[in-house]
Design a protein around this ligand. Structure first.
Ligand code: ADE
Ligand code: ZN
Length: 350
């Protein structure tokens, strides 16, 4: 019997799953294993875990119904599903931030990294650049030296992990600069780059000019979350003021045709995370996502999952999903293998 369309799609997904892949935009806590989180919310009762939060943060977190339910539950692990449902980027960011309160010891941090490696291995992701939101762990009282020791471990076996330090824009540009100055002399060779995650609309890229000048001088690869919450002007600032080499998301560049041409001509890669953009409400549906238009305009891109535990997606599924947007299997193959070429650590990715 000839293969049906569904069978062909299934075997092609299996093929995508089996092949060696690179992922360049993936947050460490975004890949937190569900069982690990369940275990930690039982170990560290949420109401107590949140006691260390400054009052304004606590109020913001409590306003999220899913978090309020977890705080009120007799078994908080039973209420975790709600954390992975959100209608907006702000709601998602609150849910994401909430999880840091359950990383209380260096051993918890190490547990995240072990979980990440298992996640990568299970998906045949042989090279990953993983974003680690350092100030959030420092706020939890973890010692910087301990964090850097874990990040510096570089087992010879694949997956090869290179770290992208996220200075988290919500702490503001002065704190970001001070932290980077403190970090630079201590960074292990496994740290390949710098980014800013968090609320782009509250802390737009241009506020961080000095931070990026420092990072560039120190030889770090540079990227920034831009063109996700804000439009093309934010991507222009990322390019002209921060002079980044890649853009995290960048998808709202589509709103300015001259910017789209610029990205294509200068060959600036976008780290595109389609499911993330739909789940956080940047686009109302996958059909409304501009990834195809950007691709046709010649903008270089890699495809990533951003926060796979929160968005419930694997890299192979993310790639396969592009079929419904008009990508051919050959084009998707090209995107999957092309990601290695945009790595900050070209040697490690080879
Ligand atoms: N941190 C984790 N995921 C993020 C996203 N999509 N945007 C900004 N900050 C983030
Ligand atoms: Zn991200």
């Amino acid at each position: 019997m000839p293969e049906s369309g569904a069978q062909r799609r299934a075997s092609w997904l299996e093929e995508l799953e089996a092949r060696p892949k690179a992922e360049l935009h993936l947050h460490l806590r975004g890949a937190i294993p569900r069982e690990f989180l369940s275990d930690r919310v039982r170990r560290y009762p949420p109401a107590q875990a949140l006691e260390s939060a400054p009052p304004n943060q606590l109020a913001r977190l409590r306003r999220q119904p899913a978090i309020a339910r977890i705080l009120a539950a007799s078994d908080p692990a039973e209420e975790l599903d709600g954390l992975f449902r959100f209608d907006s980027l702000d709601q998602f960011l609150a849910a994401y931030f909430f999880t840091v309160f359950f990383v209380r010891e260096i051993d918890d941090f190490r547990g995240l990294v072990i979980g990440l490696r298992e996640h990568l291995l299970a998906q045949n992701i042989t090279y990953a650049e993983v974003t680690v939101s350092i100030p959030e762990y420092l706020q939890q009282g973890l010692p910087l030296e301990g964090i850097l020791e874990v990040l510096g471990e570089d087992p010879p076996a694949r997956p090869k992990v290179r770290w992208i330090v996220d200075l988290v824009r919500n702490y503001g540009p002065d704190a970001a600069e001070r932290l980077l100055e403190r970090l630079l002399p201590l960074l292990p060779p496994t740290v390949a780059g710098l980014t800013l995650g968090g609320a782009e609309h509250l802390y737009p890229p241009q506020q961080f000019e000095r931070v990026y000048a420092l990072a560039r001088e120190a030889g770090l690869g540079t990227t920034v979350h831009a063109g996700e919450a804000l439009g093309p002007e934010s991507v222009w600032h990322a390019l002209d003021t921060l002079r980044v080499e890649r853009i995290g998301h960048g998808v709202r560049a589509i709103e300015d045709p001259s910017l789209v041409s610029h990205l294509a001509e200068r060959e600036i890669p976008l780290e595109i995370c389609p499911t993330s953009n739909v789940r956080t409400g940047v686009y109302r549906s996958m059909e409304a996502h501009p990834v195809r238009e950007l691709y046709e305009a010649g903008v270089p891109m890699s495809i990533s999952t951003d926060d796979p535990t929160f968005f419930g997606i694997s890299l192979a599924e993310e790639l396969a999903g592009l079929r419904s947007l008009g990508f051919t299997t050959g084009e998707i193959d090209g995107l999957a293998s092309g990601a290695f070429a945009f790595a900050f650590d070209a040697e490690a990715a080879a």
